[in-house]
Design a protein. Structure first.
Length: 329
């Protein structure tokens, strides 16, 4: 198949965040052929924010074809945006980090401009579908996907289709509580796994430990922040762990334990045949994956829990682009 032929059947995947829009051209096999990024007008007027999205698509079109007129030859456009949203209607409802849009018919607006099919879903759902179609979950029927970074987003794919539930809001696994007396999550609930295992929670727990036990730990982590404990983040923990810092290992091992208890609930509820993890925190925890998988034995009634593969996501930072494309594949 020639490069030209691949592009003619390609899909545009668009990843919309609070600060940036990333658009990529993705072929039928899930390869990202080209991509662009630009800033997002998240606090502007609705049409201004829409313009940020279409500008990214147009920039991609010009980059790969040299003429804006050719953009209509794309097979479709898939959009990933933060929720809450209505994937069936293609409407962005009221995402906290995109105040520009309230009940905004994003899919219809983009379809009117480009004259091709347009699909909309949240980033975790779409990324789960991309991993199922083209990534490490290919060939699996019951897929649970989690992206662990600043927050924890999850997606469920059953027999090749995203499971949306009755209202379209299914799959909010990051807001399952593992301790009803635990810390208050950003969503307002107590003890969500996000409040224990997302990046900000890891950073906060580390700062607390350093403040209380500073003299008991080697200086590796403190050296990374020039002694300023308040500057310690989850990224600092990851770098310290790579350098052999024992406190960093202890913090990440504790995080892996929280995730094991949480995944025990997921496995008993869904009985997936693969679990996929992506995001920056998941990348730091890669060396703990076997420990998490074997630890499921004590957290599940499912006798086959420890046999379920636990895999690092294929797409990494490009999950939104690939996910958007997967919606239209």
């Amino acid at each position: 198949m020639t490069q030209h032929t691949r592009r003619e059947g390609s899909i545009v995947g668009v990843d919309i965040g609070g600060t940036k829009v990333a658009a990529g051209l993705v072929d039928r096999d899930g390869r990202i052929l080209s991509q662009v990024r630009q800033s997002m007008a998240a606090r502007g007027e609705p049409e201004e924010a829409l313009k940020a999205v279409t500008s990214a698509i147009d920039s991609l079109s010009n980059q790969v074809r040299g003429t804006p007129a050719a953009k209509r030859k794309f097979q479709g456009i898939g959009l990933c945006a933060p929720g809450p949203l209505d994937p069936q209607a293609g409407v962005v409802i009221n995402p906290p980090n995109l105040p520009c849009w309230r009940n905004f018919p994003l899919a219809a607006k983009v379809a009117d401009i480009y004259g091709v099919p347009v699909k909309l879903d949240n980033d975790a759902n779409a990324a789960a579908l991309a991993e199922t179609r083209w990534g490490v979950a290919r060939g699996h029927r019951y897929v649970f996907y989690a992206t662990i970074g600043t927050g924890i987003g999850t997606g469920i794919v059953l027999d090749g289709r995203i499971y949306h539930g009755y209202t379209g809001a299914a799959g909010e696994g990051g807001h399952m509580s593992i301790d009803y007396r635990g810390p208050i999550c950003g969503c307002g609930k107590h003890g969500c796994i996000e409040a224990f295992a997302a990046g900000p929670a890891i950073g906060a727990r580390t700062r607390t430990r350093l403040t209380a036990e500073q003299s008991r730990h080697p200086a590796v982590m403190l050296d990374l922040v020039q002694g300023k404990i308040e500057d310690v983040t989850s990224e600092t923990v990851g770098r310290a762990f790579a350098a052999g810092d024992p406190l960093a290992r202890e913090i990440l091992q504790e995080t892996a334990g929280f995730l094991t208890a949480w995944l025990g609930n997921i496995v008993d509820l869904l009985d997936p045949d693969v679990v996929v993890m992506g995001g920056g925190v998941a990348a730091m925890l890669g060396s703990f994956f076997d420990e998490i998988r074997h630890g499921l034995r004590q957290w599940c009634v499912n006798p086959g829990a420890s046999e379920i593969p636990l895999r690092m996501a294929h797409y990494g930072a490009d999950a939104g682009i690939a996910g958007g494309a997967a919606l239209c594949a």
